[in-house]
Design a protein around this ligand. Structure first.
Ligand code: ATP
Ligand code: MG
Length: 305
């Protein structure tokens, strides 16, 4: 059946991205908590309908490592997209000062299996692999969201906003893998996976904006510089795994099948890792940081008055 706005009770905001807002909602008929993304698009009804139809293939994207899709609809010039609510949120806000190696291995395994499923079973390339698109729940599950299924939606979002955090592979920044049909190869996602791993390990984006005079200098560092590496305290096996993802030459990057056979993930599958325990602590730390921020803001506000 199709979801519509009348069935939803709107709850708190979960986050904001470059293109829209994500809210927690309650689907009254099924009593399921969902996350609803609102994307404002200046498009006519036919185009909006096209997007809703293209999004329909998401109903087939059912796997343990993929955020479940419940349905999409549009009202006026906004597309609304309902998906599984992940109660621990995205990795960018969970990573804190950096995730420990065993947790990183567990997260990476899920990401690689999710990406491989999308590619092998649905012929979908993600195109937007980054920590904000890796979600977790308190059960310790790791799932991917926001992969590119709608050409029309992608076109309409007009990627004008390169942003100060680019997860794009060097060949994409240079514009090589973009032939006139706009194809994008799976190896570009492998680069973004490697870069996301380093961000999760460090607790911050590996090409910190404050190091570069401008976005151009930052992108130049990605294209011309040596690929970043995991911090010192990580094992050689984990460093090798990341190096297999972050080759500057796309053809030399590992495939998902190769990554799954890498000792970094093979060892992970033999280990016990307390993911629910780690998530609980990460949420506590996130909430403490938030409280501290709020106190600072209040103090600043008081000082101004
Ligand atoms: P960008 O706009 O560059 O893609 P983004 O991924 O952060 O950045 P959104 O996809 O709009 O932007 O998501 C905003 C935030 O909402 C995310 O960072 C995440 O913390 C939260 N969020 C998104 N989807 C869910 C979900 N299904 N469950 C819980 N939280 C979510
Ligand atoms: Mg997102």
């Amino acid at each position: 059946f199709a979801i519509n706005m009348d069935q939803l009770q709107l709850d708190e905001e979960l986050g904001k991205g470059n293109y829209g807002t994500v809210k927690k909602v309650f689907h009254k008929p099924t009593k399921v908590a969902m996350a609803m993304k609102e994307i404002r698009l200046e498009l006519d009804e036919a185009k909006l309908n096209g997007i809703i139809m293209e999004l329909d293939i998401l109903h087939r994207a059912v796997a343990p490592e993929i955020v479940e899709f419940y349905g999409a609809f549009f009202i006026e010039s906004c597309v609304y997209y309902c998906m599984e609510y992940m109660d621990a949120g995205s990795l960018d806000k969970l990573q804190g000062d950096g995730v420990p190696e065993h947790v990183l291995a567990r997260i990476t395994g899920s990401m690689v299996r999710g990406l491989k499923f999308l590619k092998d079973d649905l012929q979908i390339i993600h195109r937007d692999v980054k920590p904000t698109n890796v979600l977790m729940n308190r059960k310790g599950q790791v799932k991917l969201c926001d992969f590119g299924v709608s050409g029309q939606l992608e076109k309409s979002l007009a990627k004008t906003n390169i942003g100060c955090q680019s997860y794009m592979a060097p060949e994409r920044i240079r514009g090589e893998s973009q032939n006139n049909l706009g194809t994008y190869t799976v190896s570009s996602d492998v680069w973004s996976l490697g870069l996301s791993m380093i961000e999760m390990a460090l607790g911050h984006y590996p090409y910190p904006p404050e190091t570069y005079a401008n976005v151009f200098a930052q992108l130049t560092a990605i294209v011309d510089g040596d690929p970043p590496e995991l911090p010192e305290h990580f094992s050689d096996i984990s460093k090798d795994f990341v190096a297999r993802c972050l080759h500057k030459v796309p053809e030399r990057r590992a495939t998902y099948a190769e990554l799954l056979e890498h000792p970094f993930l093979v060892e992970d599958s033999k280990r016990e890792v307390d993911m629910p325990g780690w998530v609980a602590k990460a949420i506590e730390a996130r909430e403490a940081r938030l409280r501290e921020q709020q106190q600072q803001q209040q103090a600043q506000h008081a000082a101004q008055n």
